[in-house]
Design a protein around this ligand. Structure first.
Ligand code: AZC
Length: 829
């Protein structure tokens, strides 16, 4: 990026003297050179991992050349940049992504072949970068790829977690969390940028040094400094049009070793500061069930937000611009509230460090920032205890008080003067101890706030942000999520992609709207036969994986019914497994009734501290072991739980799915993006009218999706009108039978109370309305089976799903952000 420290503009860019790759031999030699000269390995003994590393290094040279070039152009054009601040980037593997976008896959297969290495094994040697939980993190990764593909100069900022999200194993049905060690063998994609390191303060005290238009100028003297260490990963766009970078910070002590202590024999004490500092970039979402865990999370959030803002301001000033022009040059997107503290940090930097007047600093701040909300779940809306903030970030707390006073005063002037309105609008929640509402800070400090699907954005206006919305009626806007088709179609499903190119032409690779052309072919028997062959091959591949990992044999001609995502009660994996139990009971009662053979596939991680979600994992696994060993049903029903769901596993599962489970309690899933990945690959959705399911239905048309259950509005009514789950259970013998079997210990022989917390929740409160939706869900599953029997109708619907998914490309989503929120365009060449 970035200018020399002198701030001088560089002369004309030096031509990047990389030999062009003209042949397989050129590329083979480039890879071999990395193996030998960068890694010091011998070709004859090199492992798959060695070849992966050599190949990645050779590719990185190419990508870095693009990134420098893109940067030079951006700077020379005085073009605005986007900064995407996110606690999560669920990148997955980068090898095939990079090869695809550089159009070097074929060449690489051939070159590796000449070197005696196997492409598929080399590709599998890359660890997944598991720097995220689920939807929010994968969205950030899709957005980085789309921004590069649209040539929008963008830098992603996040944390380089040494151990990422935990690795999940299932032992005796129970989730076990182990540290992820994706960096253990090094990371060939990243480039260390020591000249960008900076020190981030915590704690200490604030000294008042001056006064400026009512805002007190201060100097913060932190008690502790943690060094933010910069690592860049280049991100190349489709057809190598442009490259951006992802800058991830890791933490270490400013003085990593206390030599005096070491020499005195205190080896642990000598490195204690460093261990403490490094804990900041150790793991994603440390448990916040203890005060120490809570503090660590706030430290993580401030650490990466502050390092990123420091970097943004440094670049802006080094390029010779005045701070007043920051909103013209920098759009800063907050991916959820995790980086919301950046708003207070920006004010601190402008006012305390650069002497900007308070109101002008506020104009600059609001002009730069915008905020995406990803959930309305109350427990996920972040608040921090005031006492913790005062201790860890004393100057920021002062700034927040001042911002809050201004904000409440402005609200009063607009008529929002009542105590209850002022309390609801305040950045400080006084109802459960005093806590800072990060969502309110993010809302007030942003010029745009967006939801991630039409329904979710509407609910934001009506519920959590209602009062703020009345105050700022133009601020909330919708940008429905999207997914990058490069990864989720071209790379994950090359068979289908090849077919689409045959049928629709090359244009489908560049313009997702071309997919709509499939509609006219939905009844074409030739296309159908090829689609069926392609799905079957994908199902064989998944069956092989299940066979290897779990020793369970699957019939690739069965209906693959797939539910993969984070484990959460609102996502209702429990509804699905209850239906599986009831289906099993029905098959046992009438084995010869002409059942459609089904495989129920689950995968997903539960937060380590989320007991009920962990118990649901156990239930799924225990149900699986009983059902899978039942000789009566074994040709008709199988249940599979694949451990350690991550991006790479998703790339294998999704193209093999016939049915996509998107069955959240309506009103609770903000958007979903898995729903889009499945439908794009031609799976039919069974789902509630929630999140982006509604827009998917509109685009694939209601006949080609199985909608069931209460709507968001009906859910809201149910919660008020005194409905009790017993009403639903009594009315549904199938549901009652399934719950009873679980309660009786059918799936936990010798321990019939194992699932008591689940059974009790279902019978007593059922906060996620599993029982209320059960019959409607089971009925929708019968419609699924009926359609599956009608092969023509099923595959027609499958074609119409893929045909309708053009609008769900993340290129469309990023285009909307660029236009409506960031006010930026793609870079012209
Ligand atoms: C998820 C939402 O649950 C999901 O519906 C949405 O598609 C995704 O974000 C991307 O917008 N949220 C999260 O992953 N995490 C949090 C804290 O909301």
């Amino acid at each position: 990026s970035d200018l020399p420290a002198s701030g001088r503009a560089p002369g004309p860019a030096v031509p990047l003297a990389l030999a062009p790759i003209r042949s397989v031999a050129d590329w083979r030699d480039a890879i071999l050179a990395k193996l030998v000269y960068a890694l010091g390995r011998d070709q004859r003994t090199a492992s798959d991992r060695d070849w992966f590393e050599a190949l990645a290094l050779a590719l990185r040279d190419r990508v870095v050349a693009h990134a420098l070039d893109s940067d030079n152009l951006t700077r020379a054009a005085g073009h605005k940049r986007v900064y995407y601040l996110s606690l999560e980037f669920l990148v997955g593997r980068l090898l095939v992504d990079t090869l695809t976008n550089l159009d070097m896959t074929g060449l690489t297969r051939a070159a590796l072949g000449e070197l005696g290495a196997d492409f598929e094994r080399v590709r599998a040697a890359e660890p997944d970068a598991a720097l995220g939980n689920g939807g929010l993190g994968r969205l950030a990764a899709c957005f980085m790829e789309s921004a590069a593909s649209l040539a929008i100069p963008t830098c992603g900022y996040g944390i380089r977690y040494e151990n990422g999200l935990f690795r999940q194993e299932i032992r005796n049905g129970v989730q076990v969390e182990l540290p992820e060690d994706w960096l253990a063998a090094g990371n060939p994609w990243e480039i260390r940028r020591p000249e960008r390191d900076c020190d981030i303060g915590f704690g200490g005290h604030v000294e008042q040094v001056g006064d400026d238009d009512g805002a007190t100028r201060c100097v913060w003297h932190p008690a502790e400094l943690v060094r933010a260490v910069a690592h860049d990963t280049p991100v190349i766009g489709w057809r190598a049009r442009h490259a951006n970078r992802l800058r991830l910070w890791s933490a270490r002590a400013v003085a990593p070793l206390r030599l005096d202590a070491f020499n005195a024999g205190d080896y642990l004490g000598a490195v204690a500061d460093d261990v403490r500092a490094r804990s900041v970039s150790r793991v994603l979402y440390p448990s916040d069930t203890t005060p120490a865990g809570q503090e660590l999370r706030l430290r993580q959030e401030y650490f990466f937000s502050a390092a990123s803002l420091h970097d943004i301001l440094r670049r802006h000033l080094a390029e010779g611009y005045d701070l007043s022009r920051l909103p013209d040059m920098a759009a800063i997107q907050l991916n959820d509230t995790h980086p919301a503290i950046a708003i207070a940090e920006m004010m601190r930097l402008l006012v305390d460090r650069h002497g900007t007047a308070w109101n002008e600093a506020w104009r600059i701040t609001c002009g730069c920032f915008s905020y995406t909300n990803h959930t309305l779940l109350p427990e996920a809306l972040e608040t921090w205890p005031v006492a913790l903030m005062e201790r860890l970030l004393p100057r920021h707390m002062q700034i927040i008080y001042r911002l809050n006073a201004d904000h409440l005063e402005a609200a009063r002037a607009k008529g929002a003067a009542s105590d209850s309105l002022q309390a609801s609008l305040s950045m400080i929640d006084e109802t459960q101890g005093r806590r800072v509402r990060m969502g309110t800070l993010a809302f007030v400090g942003s010029h745009r706030v967006n939801g991630v699907s039409a329904l979710h954005t509407g609910l934001m206006r009506e519920t959590v942000f209602h009062d703020l919305h009345v105050l700022h009626p133009d601020r909330i806007t919708n940008v429905t999520n999207g997914i990058t088709f490069r990864r989720w179609l071209f790379e994950a499903n090359p068979r289908l992609t090849g077919l689409l190119v045959d049928v629709l032409g090359d244009a489908v690779l560049d313009d997702p709207s071309v997919l709509a052309g499939l509609r006219g072919l939905a009844g074409d028997p030739g296309l159908r036969a090829r689609l069926i062959a392609c799905r079957r091959a994908n199902k064989v591949a998944l069956s092989n994986l299940v066979g290897e990992q779990l020793g369970i044999g699957l019939d690739p001609d069965a209906l693959f019914d797939v539910h993969v995502k984070r484990l959460h009660e609102y996502k209702r994996q429990l509804l699905n497994i209850l239906e599986a139990v009831s289906l099993w009971q029905a098959i046992r009662a009438r084995p010869a009734a002409g059942w459609v053979p089904r495989v129920k596939i689950f995968a997903g991680k539960a937060a380590a501290s989320y007991a009920q979600a962990r118990l649901i994992i156990r239930l799924i696994n225990d149900v699986a072991s009983v059902i899978n060993s039942d000789p009566v049903t074994s040709d008709l029903l199988k249940v599979v739980f694949l451990p350690n769901f991550n991006v790479s596993l998703a790339e294998i599962i999704i193209p093999a799915a016939d049915l996509s489970e998107q069955i959240s309690t309506a009103g609770m899933e903000a958007s979903g993006t898995g729903n889009m990945k499945f439908a794009l690959n031609g799976a039919l959705t069974i789902g509630t009218l929630d999140g982006a399911n509604i827009e998917i239905r509109d685009h694939v048309r209601a006949d080609n999706i199985f909608i069931f259950g209460l709507t968001a509005a009906e859910v809201a009514v149910r919660r008020l009108d005194g409905w009790h789950p017993e009403f639903s259970i009594v009315a549904s013998p199938a549901l009652a039978g399934a719950i009873e079997a679980i309660g009786r210990g059918t799936f936990s022989p010798g321990e019939d109370t194992r699932f008591a917390p689940i059974v009790d929740e279902l019978r007593r409160t059922d906060r996620f309305l599993v029982t209320a939706d059960f019959d409607s869900y089971a009925e929708a599953q019968r419609r699924v089976a009926a359609l599956w029997r009608d092969r023509d109708a099923w595959w027609r619907a499958a074609v119409l799903n893929t045909a309708g998914m053009g609008p769900f490309s993340s290129d469309r989503a990023i285009g909307e952000y660029a236009e409506k929120i960031w006010h930026v365009t793609g870079l012209e060449r």
